[in-house]
Design a binder for this molecule. Structure first.
Ligand SMILES: [Cu+2]
Length: 174
């Protein structure tokens, strides 16, 4: 093999590799585009979700836990993945259920809460709720606390939770 044929073989190899790299790069930037566009449309639609009537009961002095509720409606299928608030050390999504002995149990909804399209999902006492644990301060009637909802498609939404009287029952407004 002469020097020149060695060099031209080497250049051919380089061009070959460059071609593969260019092809890989092009398929990387072009192929996912339709998928990405679909996600963008989905996320844009998801922005029209509404969160109504966020509320929580006031807590008695010394209580370190509370529950928060609201009604959420989304134009697309979405998932409420988690919630956070500066008012509590920890916040979880919970489901209240009756066990076989008829006693109330709570379990964490680690996978979140499904929000089917165009269906109002209401978190309420005795059902699904936001569990606020390690409260920084008691929740005082007439005050508000911020609550940030983290949704799969709509992203993060912060609402202000109204603190209702400790005896408040939804639907029995006084
Ligand atoms: Cu709970």
């Amino acid at each position: 093999m002469t020097d020149t044929s060695f060099i031209s073989a080497w250049i051919a190899t380089l061009i070959g590799w460059a071609g593969i790299a260019l092809f890989a790069f092009l398929s990387l930037i072009t192929a996912p585009l339709p998928i990405r566009a679909e996600v963008l449309v989905l996320e844009e639609k998801a922005q029209n979700l509404t969160i109504e009537n966020p509320w929580a009961r006031a807590t008695p002095t010394g209580a370190r836990v509370a529950a928060a509720y609201f009604t959420i409606t989304s134009p697309i299928n979405d998932v409420l993945l988690s919630v956070t608030t500066s008012a509590a050390g920890r916040s979880e999504l919970h489901q209240t259920t009756l066990d076989t002995n008829g006693s109330m149990q709570m379990r964490e909804l680690a996978a979140g809460i499904d929000i089917p399209a165009n269906t109002a999902i209401t978190l309420a006492p005795g059902g699904t709720h936001v569990m606020l644990m390690a409260l920084e301060n008691p929740l005082k009637e007439g005050y508000e606390i911020p609550l940030t909802l983290n949704l799969k498609h709509a992203g993060k939404r912060t609402v202000r939770v109204n603190i209702k009287p400790v005896t408040y029952v939804p639907g029995l407004e006084k």
